[in-house]
Design a binder for this molecule. Sequence first.
Ligand code: FUL
Length: 482
Amino acid sequence: MKYLKLFVIIFLTVTSITCNGQVIPPPPLYPVPTQQQLDWHELEQYAFIHFTTNTFTGKEWGFGDEDPDVFNPSKLNTDQWAQTIKDAGLKGLVLTCKHHDGFCIWPSEFTEHSVKNSKWKNGEGDVVRAVSESCKKVGLKFGIYLSPWDRNRADYGSPSCVEYYRNQLKELFTNYGPIFEMWFDGANGGDGYYGGANEKRKIKVPDYYDWPTTIEMIRKMEPNIIFFSDAGPDVRWCGNESGYVGDPNWCPINNDSIYSGKKDILNYLNHGYETGRKWIPAEVDVSIRPGWFFHESENSKVKSSERLFEIYLTSVGRGANLILNIPPDKRGLLHENDVKSLIGWKKLIDQAFANNLAENASASADSYRGNSPDYQASNLIDRNKDTYWASDDHILDGSIEIDLKSEQPIKYIVLQEYIRLGQRIKAFNIEAYVSGDWKQVGNGTTIGYKRIVKIEPVEAKKIRINLTDSKACPVISNIEIY
Ligand code: FUL
């Protein structure tokens, strides 16, 4: 009887993951990312550019009554922006086409508060055009930020202002695409010029903007667009502007509760939600300077290459994307100090991740799915993101060993889940085989698209990754060791 039971268990386990003699892949653990979100994850990092009248007035939030002549860069060179950003290893650029002051840095036909009324280039200038073309030249993705809060408009707070916003989106998406990401920021309502009313206005969030209609309109023009806002729908805010996402960092959240006065909302956005219903991964927005706009007085406060490297580890290294703001100066150039920091940062990344020791290693695991080579441990180090190691459905943990064959100095371990099938891992630790003994050198909670674990530096011959808890059978596509 005992043996019969055991036989039935083994039979069920094996047959449930096979079909016509083939071991079938693990079923997806919902929610899972869309193809657009997967492509977005692979970008990992891109630049943010804040540039408008504030650059010249020294403000962070313009009131909306700026004289268009104030905007007057003496040496605007968007090729310098794009080339620097490319050299720094970033994959795209999101430009503030209009910040809260409402000033448009393209000649919008729907407002007078625009570069078309600046003395700069006799009103013929178009920063959005120049930036989108510079991006194309060097192969950067181009994204836009268009503030829905408009402190210049007399009708802010009325339905016509939402129409105005949509008209401008049509203008941008038809004339300046392709556009990979669209930024809707959270600031809204408050005091402003509002066509001369000089008053405080409060709007009802999020009802006033009717985002679903706007988003549908844009998706028709740009089907692959990624929308960023506090609550998504494609990408969420990480809950701070200091350069980190939480550990754990779950991609899923329930975004319908974000505007319902939810307590501790910043923490919720920072960590995501293990049982969330929608895949809305975090984006970490942070500026290389204290402010979002250029201020002469902050030239000595540019974040160092080392600080940027730490930010890289707490954003990209925790499965979020990084959007790093680099504000051009009054000349219309990225300042020398910022460029120096960026290039130094790229060097630090290149040095730290130069030599992947896992490439010449061998990998084994305590089990693999249905004992099928399709899911064996060597898939973890084959440099193919489409292959993965997985366990049987009922096994929610696992131990993976990477044998480096000789003692090597190690500082970082990179782990990637095969997120097409959902985010699964809840906890893991890392051991190193040092002088004949296993020693724990690191641990973490979630992995997601990418996890970079900075371990206590060791010289080790073998590394063991123990997946100690998972929502469903673990599915890992890549391991790197540096
Ligand atoms: C915030 C804005 O209020 C800041 O000025 C900046 O643009 C930042 C990226 O988003 O919501």
